[in-house]
Design a protein. Structure first.
Length: 428
């Protein structure tokens, strides 16, 4: 019995050996088959586009998988195929990027907003060295479209998001990948603003402010961005609309307080109370800041280099006077010497951050009834009265809102941004 077990065990081993040998023979690829795979690989490798190179990689990997143990060994061929696969992979990556860049530049040339935004996003996902410029481009396209007449709002979300992303990247020290121009669609480095970075920072804040205020109707949320735009660069810092937007918010708050004041004094029998006097003090506080902001806008709009139209200048002056009268008393602006001195001195004063609390201005209490010094009927409408001016895109770093039609720029990009900076579409 013991011998029988030994015999059976030996038989099992013999059967297993022949089974493995048979499998190896069946799995082994012939030299002729390997030559066929290799010839196919060589043809595909010399193709002109990604599908052929992709097929070549597959053929190369098939050769290495099936033909690495040929007898006789084909070490030279194996080494060649092994070295070619990463080269083909790099060719595919390079061609993929080149195609994406060609799409982006074609979109610039055609001034196709949808394609500019879509192709820029596509390139950003590939982590290009000029990704910051593409973020600026998306925000710039969104701003231009949001301020056309009629406005196009489909890019509002992208404009705000990519403007914030660009601001974050610049705060982290990322620079332009387009010869410090900061953008392809619009160049933020120009003859009026040599520092493209600070100019871009100003315009990204302004872009967020305009879309948030005008298109999304979230004025309070927009104010901090307008203030930041007033503090940096040379474009938005010297743009009348930057200050008008802030002044408009103060004006709206003044009007709301004035309505509340009138209602509460009427309810008290046309008499002031501690509550109404507190409201009056806040009215004067808001009017004081609003007059300051509008005066800054007016000074810029009336500068010798300004191209602002007269109706726009007149609307700014009217608002300065309205708020000045609320702050200092009815018809206070009629004293031309004092009023002109106030306007002239404003640019030399620090511009108060509108996100800081407004201080009430307490003066002598009125003796009876709602005082006309609160502005009365003068403060009609709202701070959005001059919205027509927001549709103008500044044509240079020192441009001002004019209320005229948007400025169109048409010079298209000519070169792929990865190899040579694209020709700028315009400047801002």
């Amino acid at each position: 019995m013991k011998n029988m077990f030994k015999f059976l065990s030996l038989g099992v081993l013999v059967i297993a050996f022949y089974a493995i040998s048979a499998t190896s023979v069946l799995a082994q690829t012939s030299l002729e088959d390997c030559n066929t795979i290799y010839e196919r690989f060589k043809v595909e490798r010399t193709g002109k586009d990604i599908p052929q190179w992709t097929a070549a990689i597959a053929s190369g990997k098939e050769y290495l998988d099936k033909c690495s143990n040929l007898d006789p060994p084909q070490e030279e061929v194996k080494t060649y195929v092994t070295g070619q696969i990463p080269k083909l992979q790099q060719k595919i990556a390079d061609k993929t990027i080149a195609d994406k860049e060609a799409r982006f530049n074609a979109a610039l040339k055609a001034n196709n907003a949808d394609e500019i935004v879509a192709s820029a996003k596509d390139l950003i996902n590939t982590n290009r060295s000029y990704s910051l410029d593409l973020m600026l481009d998306i925000a710039s396209v969104g701003y231009d479209k949001a301020t056309t007449n009629p406005a196009v709002d489909k890019f509002n979300g992208d404009a705000i998001n990519f403007a914030k992303m660009a601001l974050q990247k610049m705060s982290e020290g990322q620079a332009s990948g387009n010869a410090d121009n900061y953008g392809f669609y619009v160049s933020y480095k120009n003859k009026d603003c040599a520092d493209g970075k600070v100019n871009a920072i100003g315009w990204m804040n302004y872009t967020i402010g305009v879309i948030t205020s005008v298109r999304l109707k979230q004025t309070k949320d927009a104010v901090p961005y307008f203030y930041k735009a007033s503090q940096v660069g040379c474009g938005t810092k010297n743009l009348a609309e930057t200050y008008r937007f802030i002044g408009a918010w103060y004006l709206d708050e003044t009007i709301k307080l004035n309505v509340s004041y009138a209602e509460k004094t009427k309810a008290a029998g046309d008499k002031d109370t501690d509550e109404t006097l507190a409201i009056l003090a806040m009215i004067k506080g808001y009017a004081d800041r609003g007059a300051d902001a509008y005066a800054r806008a007016y000074k810029i709009a009336t500068a010798p280099t300004s191209k602002a139209l007269q109706p726009y200048k007149d609307s700014l002056l009217k608002r300065v006077k309205d708020l000045y009268d609320v702050r200092f008393g009815e018809n206070a602006s009629a004293d031309a010497a004092k009023f002109d001195s106030f306007v002239a001195q404003v640019p030399g004063k620090p511009f108060v951050d509108p996100t800081t609390p407004v201080n009430p201005i307490v003066e002598a209490a009125p003796t009876a009834g709602p005082t006309t010094s609160t502005g009365g009927g003068k403060l009609t409408g709202s701070g959005s009265d001059a919205q027509a001016a927001t549709t103008t895109r500044a044509t240079s770093a020192t441009g001002t809102g004019t209320g005229s039609a948007p400025v169109a720029t048409t010079a298209p990009a000519k070169k792929a941004p990865a190899k040579k900076p694209a020709k700028k579409k315009g400047t801002r």
